[in-house]
Ligand binder design. Structure first.
Ligand SMILES: CC(C)(COP(=O)(O)OP(=O)(O)OC[C@H]1O[C@@H](n2cnc3c(N)ncnc32)[C@H](O)[C@@H]1OP(=O)(O)O)[C@@H](O)C(=O)NCCC(=O)NCCS
Length: 153
């Protein structure tokens, strides 16, 4: 029998509190140091924070939390569900973020990443982020943070 296949569609939308349980499932199975439910609720209540979802055929497979400042955006959390990693979806979330800045005053994107998170550092550097600084003992387990920056213009 011939199998009928159709392209999987990727889409984006802003998260609402109704998405929180699904976000937490992904967060908890992806990170060794996941964000707490309270931290996500604080983010939903902060008007300067945006939570953008990426969906495959309407299923949430990842998210990007960003904090808007005057001339830059801080990436607070980017996460792709484990089974969907390394398929270009993280890159699509960043492309989507950049595409939405076209007519804004935003000049750069900043983030902190654990020094031990080599996969994420590789992902960011592959995208064009450059190392800006190191913050010693930044995390609660006293791990250093690497500060990376992507220059938009
Ligand atoms: C980091 C993360 C968001 C990347 O998303 P992704 O969808 O897996 O990444 P992509 O498939 O878009 O990868 C794009 C490029 O990044 C690099 N990259 C991605 N994952 C990588 C890995 N595990 N190891 C090394 N390089 C990697 C590759 O160069 C890749 O390009 P290629 O496929 O042409 O080689 C995702 O792996 C993730 O959610 N990780 C766990 C959460 C996390 O650590 N978030 C960052 C916190 S600061």
């Amino acid at each position: 029998m011939k199998r009928i296949t159709r392209p999987i569609s990727t889409s984006f939308r802003k998260a609402s509190v109704q998405d929180l349980d699904k976000i937490l499932v992904i967060e908890n199975r992806t990170y060794s140091f996941p964000w707490s439910k309270e931290k996500f609720i604080d983010s939903f209540n902060n008007p300067s924070i945006e939570i953008q979802l990426i969906l495959l055929d309407n299923k949430i497979v990842g998210y990007l939390l960003t904090l808007l400042s005057i001339e830059f955006i801080d990436i607070l959390n980017i996460c792709i569900d484990t089974q969907f990693q390394k398929q270009g979806l993280g890159k699509k979330l960043l492309d989507n973020l950049l595409a939405r800045q076209k007519h804004s005053e935003i000049k750069s994107i900043l983030l902190e990443v654990r020094e031990s998170n080599r996969a994420a550092i590789n992902f960011y550097q592959n995208y064009g982020f450059k190392l800006l600084d190191t913050r010693k003992k930044y995390y609660s387990n006293l791990e250093d943070a690497k500060i990376l920056r992507f220059q938009i213009m």
